[in-house]
Design a protein around this ligand. Structure first.
Ligand code: NDP
Length: 233
């Protein structure tokens, strides 16, 4: 059974990734900060009437190095086909003149440092799979080339830095056969995206899984949208 590990799997895009991969028959290590309170995820993990897939819940605050190391050890014998670095925060929206400097580092911790740390922790598990893939959920707002309006400096810079981390990882992990890419989910109706967002989590994730399916060696180190188009850094 193919196996995925997803961070921030209790709600939004992370939950939807978990749901759709399970539906496809995958075994999913669904990681979240408070697994005992993750009601939807609990219900998904308990569903047994169709035999497709399996959901295993794990406690993981992606900024907690001790939890990360413990989970790496707990899954030491596992082979992971797909790692989705999904957990993220938007942080304060203020632009020029209204920057919340005191919050900037925390957004970097979650959106940039943690995906790198998660990748380092699970690279050995990925390397055991036949066609391993690692995707970082980035954002169009992290594209320097596409920034024409400024604003959301903190979030934008954290995702632009995540894009660089992605490119580095694609080189770091190439020898181990791990394909690494940054993905933009679109503007999606989740707690982060808000109710006005034009794309549902269902459609975004269906698109993203299609993109992930199609990722080959030649796509390693790229930045792609959920509709399959390539984005400029
Ligand atoms: P949500 O706000 O709906 O969900 C965010 C998820 O990240 C939650 O599961 C949350 O867990 C988790 N998370 C936050 N901090 C941590 C942490 N320290 N450790 C573990 N988990 C954490 O956001 P989305 O589902 O919309 O976003 C998912 C990803 O997609 C993010 O990386 C986001 O930047 C990106 N994205 C989203 C867009 C959108 O329009 N929605 C657009 C572009 C990119 P908890 O419940 O514990 O807080």
């Amino acid at each position: 059974m193919p196996t995925a590990l997803i961070t921030g799997a209790n709600r939004g895009l992370g939950y939807e990734f978990t749901r759709q991969l399970r539906e496809r028959g995958w075994r999913v290590h669904a990681c979240c900060r408070l697994p005992d309170r993750a009601r939807a995820l609990k219900a998904l993990a308990a569903e047994t009437e169709d035999a497709a897939g399996e959901v295993l819940r794990h406690r993981l605050d992606v900024t907690n190095g001790l939890q990360l190391a413990a989970l790496g050890r707990e899954l030491a014998d596992e082979s992971i086909d797909l790692l989705i670095n999904n957990a993220g925060i938007f942080g304060p929206r203020g632009g020029f003149g209204k920057i919340a400097y005191e919050d900037w580092l925390q957004v970097f911790n979650v959106n940039t440092l943690a995906p790198m740390h998660v990748a380092e922790t699970f690279a050995p598990h990925l390397a055991r799979a036949e066609w391993p893939k690692l995707v970082n959920i980035s954002s169009r707002l992290g594209s320097i080339a596409e920034n024409e309006r400024s604003g959301a400096h903190i979030y934008r810079s954290s995702k632009a830095a995540l894009n660089m981390v992605t490119k580095c990882l694609s080189i770091d992990l190439k020898e181990r056969g791990i394909v690494v890419a940054a993905l933009n989910p679109g503007w999606v109706s989740t707690d982060m995206g808000g109710k006005d967002a034009p794309t549902s989590a269902r459609d975004s994730v269906a698109g993203l899984l299609g993109v992930i399916d199609g990722l080959g060696e030649e796509d390693c180190g790229g930045f792609y949208s959920y509709d399959g188009t390539s984005l400029p850094w």
